[in-house]
Design a protein around this ligand. Structure first.
Ligand code: PLP
Length: 398
């Protein structure tokens, strides 16, 4: 008997867990994913906060086609002058907090966090890193060392030795940042930790403590960036300017792209002496940069930041109304379009996600908090589609 595509997916494609959701994707457009059997799914996840302007936005497709027809790769990162990279860096400097005026292009979020940690150690001459419990920064060795869950770090020791874990949102723990700290790495809103919102004033206090101790403050905006948290960056939303922002996911609008966003002077010191201190073949792939540039244009021209805040608010209100109807929902929280609903058990959350999928609505739990169902749709989603998703979610709980 011929093996099916699904059989060969299990047999020949490396698996990340024993329970992949296994949708056989044929195509995707806007907020919809279509499978090979002709079913369509309302995508409330956006590839985990990646396709912020929706799947196959016509302006992104046009930019990708145009750039793919010109060139894809001409030289390792940093040698040739490539217009899509330069134009994207210029646009990012416009929308990033003041002073963060240059981009060091990379390919993945974990790689960007590793590079930010390297930069902090080199620039400060210190070794200590502070990270937070329940944080997720990616799975390369450096990022993994800062993963705020011992169960994920343990099997891979030894890792970076001088990482101290603080409690996210704790003002008193900020005292543990001191003169030995090279960097503090923090997600301004924790994503995989279950959509955890920082308490009022806490990011500003963190900024102040890093200033007092001359530790670099790294905002991991891999998930929160490019509109997801309702502004270009969460740093802007919370009016706190870190020394470095790491970005990926939404930056390439579906194409692999990441970057360190910092002052030109810092990026220069990072990569120089010796020259080529951090090299990467595929950093800032021109096709990905063209996609990212088009996507910034879409976010701006379609007013998607404002739209995301409005629709996110609507979605939260409707989810809160569901919460009023039964004890299963413990808490609804979010900023922009990064929304989490905490249920009374991980089993309930898994079942809700499964039932919603059966009803044609894609949701996911968060990696480190299985009780939380996340809603992070493309920012272009309509009010009607939000209501459809909430309706399916409410039914999945009965
Ligand atoms: N940082 C955060 C906050 C993330 O959510 C993720 C991925 O989910 C990463 C880093 C890792 O990014 P990547 O998978 O591109 O390495």
């Amino acid at each position: 008997m011929m093996s099916t595509l699904h059989d060969d997916f299990i047999r020949h494609v490396g698996q990340t867990s024993p329970f992949p959701n296994g949708i056989e994707v044929e195509r995707a457009e806007g907020c919809w994913i279509y499978d090979c059997a002709g079913r369509c799914y309302l995508d409330m996840i956006a590839g985990i906060s990646v396709v912020n302007v929706g799947h196959c936005h016509p302006r992104v497709m046009e930019a990708v086609r145009r750039q793919a027809g010109l060139y894809a790769h001409t030289m390792v990162y940093g040698e040739h002058v490539q217009a899509p990279q330069v134009e994207l860096a210029r646009e990012i400097a416009r929308v990033a907090p003041e002073g963060l005026d240059a981009v060091y292009f990379l390919t993945t979020g974990a790689e960007a966090n590793d590079a930010a940690l390297k930069m902090a150690v080199k620039l400060t001459g210190r070794r200590g890193i502070c990270a937070f419990h329940n944080s997720y920064h990616g799975d390369t060795l450096g990022a993994l060392a800062c993963f705020g869950a011992e169960s994920y770090r343990g099997p891979f020791r030894s890792l970076l030795p001088d990482v101290t874990f603080l409690s996210f949102g704790s003002f008193s723990d900020l005292e543990r940042i001191d003169g030995t700290t090279a960097a503090v790495i923090v997600e301004p809103v924790q994503g995989e930790g279950g959509i955890q919102i920082p308490p009022d004033g806490w990011l500003a206090a963190l900024r102040a403590r890093c200033g007092e101790t001359d530790a670099l403050l790294i905002f991991d905006e891999v998930q929160t960036g490019f509109g997801r948290a309702g502004d270009w960056f969460a740093a802007r939303r919370y009016h706190v300017t870190p020394d470095v922002i790491t970005a990926a996911k939404g930056m390439g609008a579906g194409y692999p792209l990441a970057g360190l966003i910092a002052s030109r002077e810092m990026l220069w010191r990072f990569a120089a002496e010796p020259p080529f201190s951090h090299i990467t073949t595929f950093g800032g792939n021109p096709v990905s940069c063209a996609a990212g540039l088009a996507s910034i244009g879409v976010i701006r021209d379609e007013n998607l930041l404002e739209h995301a805040n409005r629709m996110g608010q609507l979605l939260m209100e409707k989810l809160e109304q569901c919460a009023g109807q039964g004890p299963q929902i413990r808490h609804v929280r979010g900023v922009g379009f990064m929304i989490g609903v905490e249920l009374d058990s991980a089993q309930r959350a898994r079942t809700a996600v499964y039932r919603c999928r059966q009803m044609g609505v894609l949701l996911e739990t968060t990696l480190l908090n299985g009780c939380v169902v996340r809603f992070s749709p493309p920012l272009i989603i309509t009010a009607e589609q939000c209501l459809e998703a909430v309706d399916a979610f409410a039914r999945s709980l009965t």
